[in-house]
Design a protein around this ligand. Structure first.
Ligand code: KMT
Length: 245
């Protein structure tokens, strides 16, 4: 589909970023609930940037009807939104798929939901554009605390290679999203712990070591090194792969 050519949009100004907060980390909470602390502890955009997050706000209202509910893969050159097309070209997003996470639309729904919520890293950047609906990306801060980011329609967010993170739908239980990739997609999640994984080491060097002073300012505590009960390393989990269906 031919789209009008426009320059790639700038990253969103701070006030347009999605809301983020430190999570209540009690074990027995519902993963789809807000899980805020009491009182709420908001997370600033500067903290999110220090963790390597980038964010653009796109006009999803205008173009959402032009995306299928599911297309695996989806040709990113079909983007009707000229800003998305410009971003795709500028950042080299050569692969995309479109999925809808809802019981009626996602095969193996229960397994997929569980898999998305397992703490993991990837060996590439994660790029997600929210076409409709909403959900939570949780990621570890400089002190290994969970930050919850509430993504909604129009949000395009990237998570850097090697960051510990997970995803869940919120209580509305519906998200329609485009997953973009540079080159051939690799869906393998590497579940925590991955302290010696090349991508984790790269992330520590690029973001955690660099922000040592910010880390100490945040709590005055030494960072905790959490070990997962899971002893496995890479999980070649076909459920993350669009080819699984
Ligand atoms: C992921 O990597 O967690 C997913 O692809 C699911 C979320 S897409 C909004």
């Amino acid at each position: 589909m031919a789209t009008k050519s426009v320059p790639p949009p700038n990253e969103a100004i701070d006030s347009d970023w999605p809301e983020a907060w430190y999570m209540n980390e009690s074990e027995d909470t519902d993963q789809k609930a807000l899980n805020r602390k009491e009182p709420n502890e908001a997370v600033s955009v500067s903290v999110l940037r220090a963790l390597g997050i980038s964010y653009w706000k796109l006009n999803a209202d205008k173009y959402m009807d032009s995306y299928p509910l599911k297309a695996v893969p989806w040709d990113p050159s079909d983007a009707a939104d000229p800003e998305l097309a410009a971003l795709r070209d500028d950042r080299g997003y050569s692969y995309a798929d479109v999925i809808t996470i809802h019981r009626d639309h996602l095969p193996n729904y229960d397994k997929m939901i569980k898999c998305f919520f397992e703490e993991h890293i990837h060996d590439a950047e994660e790029i997600r554009f929210i076409i409709n609906g909403s959900g939570f990306f949780d990621l570890r801060d400089l002190n290994d605390k969970w930050i919850r980011i509430h993504v909604k329609k129009g949000d395009l967010m990237t998570l850097p290679e090697g960051i510990y993170h997970r995803f869940t739908c919120d209580e509305k239980d519906y998200i329609h999203a485009m997953r973009l990739f540079i080159g051939q997609p690799v869906w393998t999640p590497f579940n925590r712990p991955q302290e010696d994984h090349e991508s984790r080491l790269k992330y520590i060097k690029a973001f955690l070591s660099k922000n040592e002073s910010m880390k100490q300012n945040m709590t005055g505590e030494e960072p905790a090194v959490k070990k997962s009960k899971k002893e496995d390393t890479a999980t070649e989990d076909p459920t993350l792969s669009p080819a699984a269906e």
